[in-house]
Write a protein that binds this ligand. Structure first.
Ligand code: NAG
Length: 162
């Protein structure tokens, strides 16, 4: 009886342990990475699968799938987002776009220029948009997109801007 118990208990406990481990381990460590660079921890969504930081500061973030999240406006993440990470900024961003008046603009950089201001800047090429940093403290839920074709808005954005 006790033997049966033990042989049941061990795999059961290991399974329990696995289930108790935080499922978002990789996204929580990307949060720590961002915070260590003076950036808010929620710039990438919950569904970060893995990320890699090269020696030159090139950050590559892999998501489960392309998805859409909402901060103040809607933001679209490709399944791979790349950026140069340095203190207070992500520049040379690829794979992130933001909706503005029904158009999608590629976000080229995210910058904290003055930490005391409580603002972060989204560089969308022609303009820098100020957003409250508090919107980005926690990773947003990011939903795989439905009907919107991935490059539709982006092309429109470029077309309109010339
Ligand atoms: C990003 O880093 C790469 C490699 O270090 C560099 O070639 C590129 O110019 C950088 N881009 C920006 C926008 O800083």
């Amino acid at each position: 009886m006790s033997l049966t118990h033990r042989s049941f208990l061990f795999p059961f406990l290991s399974l329990l342990l696995l289930l108790l481990l935080p499922p978002t381990a990789s996204s929580s460590s990307i949060q720590n990475l961002l915070k260590s660079q003076g950036l808010p921890g929620g710039l990438f969504p919950e569904n970060v699968k893995s990320f890699d930081l090269g020696q030159n500061g090139r950050l590559e973030v892999h998501l489960d799938s392309p998805c859409m999240a909402k901060y103040e406006t809607r933001v679209h993440f490709d399944s791979v987002v790349r950026a140069n990470l340095s203190y207070g900024g992500l520049v040379g961003l690829e794979g992130l776009s933001q909706e503005e008046l029904f158009l999608w603009f590629p976000v080229k950089g995210i910058i904290v220029s003055d930490p005391s201001s409580g603002l972060i800047l989204f560089d969308i090429g022609l303009a820098r948009k100020q957003l409250s940093r508090s919107l980005f403290e926690d990773p947003p839920v990011c939903k795989p997109q439905g009907a919107v074709p991935e490059n539709f808005g982006r092309k429109m954005g470029f077309a309109v801007l010339g």
